[in-house]
Design a protein around this ligand. Structure first.
Ligand code: K7E
Ligand code: CUA
Length: 667
């Protein structure tokens, strides 16, 4: 039956739409049923009022966000906007957050986030930050796990398609970003596309990210033109090295589907980054003129600033002084995932078109480099002899291997897109010990702590690309889907399907106890250094500077101050600076005004947010609180009067009886 299934999916390559209904005809008892043990429900049941054991940070793919789920329940708690505007809370719409999305191309409101990297100390998750990549307009973002907010974004110059990113070293020394597309760099960019071999270059950037507010590109490696795809840092004995999968070693620039699938082997690029760091510090690189943005959200002013930077230090693979930094290892065929096991000894390459999984030995790589066991070079970089560094190959593992994670007990778990399954295998013996079907076409998989030196090998989650008949139909577009498997025993057991938002690629889960204790509940109003804060209703006011009207507004259950504003004229730009005076957990207030070409702002306790609004007509404009904050939330509203440009109406404002002390009702 398993063989049949694989065969059918192979047929499915030719006729994808036909394969899946066909597949389901082998399931007993209905089109969407699958074998789930009788105790599965109990294993994912988190009783009302109880907490999940893990947080899972799931990339949103083309929604440009991260989403946070609990495991094992599969319940979604939060969407964290990173590279895409988010009208739900005003990210990218408020004046404070607009600079977060600034780039050398100007304001970019969207991106494609594929991979999460959690900060580590000594190879273990430390719960400080989660990093994510912007695939399209190359950037790396930092999410602060105290606030679950994006607090810093750095653009990556000389990169074009930041897929191979972010990957983190075992003490968070660097977050690393490789380019998917090689391109001609800088002043040499206006060249024919078919001059790829001559003019196109790859780049990998080492970003210092261990100090909030100071993210910067420490150095950048200039590399031959190929596509960099995925990577992991070495750890333990291989700490100091990085391993990147590369495809398109054919160096094609058109119809890659065919032209980049010619060779039997592409490469894994091994990089001695410790040595690169030394060389960079010794001044061996060259400073190049570039333009890139660094954006940072200051937690005391609650305001982001964007700074344009102009220089990057480049270490070029063609520089003879740098020749002991880079080594290519042949890897069959069009490799995607490149994963290092918890010990750091083994490097697993997953060739999308390969029939085996090669596992390389770090010890053997070191030996081969010492002995120069090379089979020539690629563009001047030595190509290490394949057999000399091979720990071994997993035979007949499945079809279309993509990614591998580890359970810390000596086993690896590889996802197979084409044969729709997770395969568990023994790293030392290279023997397949178990396989389970996924529904359908799994991309990434995730074990909590899976990429670290200390995985928490209790669950594996499949992130599937296709769901077809798994859920109620929702028109032409269906949800992407996650599936949770218990891996605590010898055999993997399917426990749960849950739908996801966006199109998840990688996800990284972390024990809840690492984050819960640090979670911020409020911002202290006395620490608020926003230039337009009103720390109490007595500080509220409306001021005019030319055609700019600044409203210093406060929100507390259940009124806005001021809630009557007159004297605004057509042609004015109005800035509502709303401070939430609450000092109580989970009491945001929102603000919206009719006709605003914008989103709401959602203001956390103690925070100030600004909505810019340009009235387009004369009239009466209601505004209100958008978050159901109290029994009298529906009373939390006001009016703004807009008069003609030449009107004599004086600027005035107020709320009810002046100086009334705010009274808080219960939520
Ligand atoms: Cu989806 Cu990591 Cu972009 Cu594989 S990548 S699936
Ligand atoms: Cu404040 Cu509703």
């Amino acid at each position: 039956m398993k063989k049949n299934r694989i065969w059918l999916v192979v047929l499915g390559l030719v006729s994808a739409s036909a394969s899946i209904p066909f597949l389901n005809s082998c399931h007993k008892g209905g089109s969407t049923a699958s074998a789930v043990g009788g105790d599965a429900a109990a294993k994912v049941y988190v009783a009302p009022g109880k907490y999940d054991e893990f947080y899972s940070f799931v990339s949103g793919g083309f929604n440009g966000q991260m989403s946070v789920y609990g495991l094992p329940s599969g319940r979604m708690f939060r969407i964290i906007p990173v590279f895409s505007v988010f009208p739900e809370n005003g990210y990218g719409y408020s004046e404070e957050t607009k600079p977060m999305l600034n780039t050398s191309h100007g304001f970019v409101p969207w991106d494609d986030l594929h991979h999460i990297a959690m900060s580590e100390t000594k190879g273990e998750q430390d719960g400080r930050w989660a990093f994510g990549n912007a695939n399209n307009t190359p950037r790396i973002g930092r999410v602060d796990l105290k606030t679950f907010r994006t607090t810093e974004i750095i653009e990556v110059p000389n990169s074009a398609g930041n897929h191979s990113s972010p990957f983190i070293t075992e003490n968070s020394e660097y977050v690393v970003a490789g380019t998917r597309f090689s391109v001609p760099v800088d002043d040499n960019a206006d060249v024919p596309i078919d001059s790829y071999k001559k003019n196109f270059q790859g780049s990998i950037s080492f970003i210092k990210a261990d100090e909030p507010g100071k993210m910067d590109i420490a150095f950048q490696l200039r590399l031959p033109g190929v596509n960099f795809d995925l990577s992991r840092a070495g750890k333990g004995k291989s700490h100091g090295w990085f391993f990147f999968s590369c495809y398109n070693s054919e160096q094609a620039s058109t119809l890659l589907e065919v032209n980049a699938s010619q060779k039997d082997k592409d490469f894994i690029l091994a990089i001695n980054w410790k040595k690169a760091e030394e060389y960079a510090k010794a001044g061996l690189g060259k400073k190049e003129k570039v333009t890139y943005a660094h954006n940072y959200l200051d937690e005391t002013t609650h305001t982001a600033t964007s700074t344009i930077k102009n220089e990057v230090l480049v270490l070029d693979y063609r520089d003879p002084a740098l020749k002991d930094l880079f080594y290519f290892i042949p890897c069959p065929k069009s490799p995607h995932g490149c994963d290092t096991d918890p010990t750091g000894e083994y490097i697993v390459g997953s060739g999308k078109l390969a029939a085996i999984i090669p596992v390389f030995s770090f010890t053997k790589i070191q030996k081969a480099i010492a002995n120069k066991t090379y089979d020539g070079d690629f563009d001047g970089i030595p190509v290490i002899n394949y057999e000399s560094v091979l720990h071994g190959e997993v035979q007949k593992p499945g079809l279309g291997p993509l990614h591998t994670e580890f359970d810390g007990k000596g086993f690896a778990y590889t996802s197979f897109f084409v044969s729709s399954e997770i395969v568990k295998w023994n790293i030392e013996k290279l023997e397949v010990v178990d396989r389970v079907p996924t529904y359908y076409s799994i991309g990434h998989l995730s074990i909590p702590g899976g990429p670290t030196a200390k995985p928490h090998g209790k669950y594996v989650i499949a992130y599937n690309k296709i769901t077809k008949d798994r859920y109620l139909p929702t028109g032409p577009e269906l949800t992407q889907s996650a599936q949770l498997y218990d891996i605590s025993g010898e055999k993997m057991k399917l426990l749960l399907d849950f739908p996801t938002t966006g199109e998840p690629h990688y996800a990284e889960a972390i024990p809840a106890e690492l984050l819960v204790k640090n979670s911020v509940k409020i911002f202290k109003i006395e620490d608020n250094k926003h230039p337009y804060v009103a720390k109490g209703e007595k500080e509220t006011k409306v001021t005019r500077q030319g055609n700019q009207v600044h409203v210093y507004m406060t929100a507390i259950r259940s009124h806005l101050t001021p809630d009557n504003i007159e004297g605004v004229k057509l042609g004015d730009e109005v800035y509502f600076h709303v401070t939430n005076l609450e000092q109580d957990w989970d009491v945001p207030h929102g603000f919206a005004i009719k006709g605003a070409n914008n989103a709401e702002i959602l203001i956390m306790p103690g925070e100030t947010c600004t909505l810019k609004w340009k009235p387009d007509r004369i009239g009466m404009f209601p505004f209100y609180c958008t978050d159901f904050c109290s029994a009298l939330h529906q009373e939390m509203q006001g009016y703004l009067r807009v008069s003609p440009a030449n009107s004599k109406v004086e600027l005035s404002f107020g709320t009810g009886k002046k100086a009334a002390e705010p009274t808080a009702s219960t939520k």
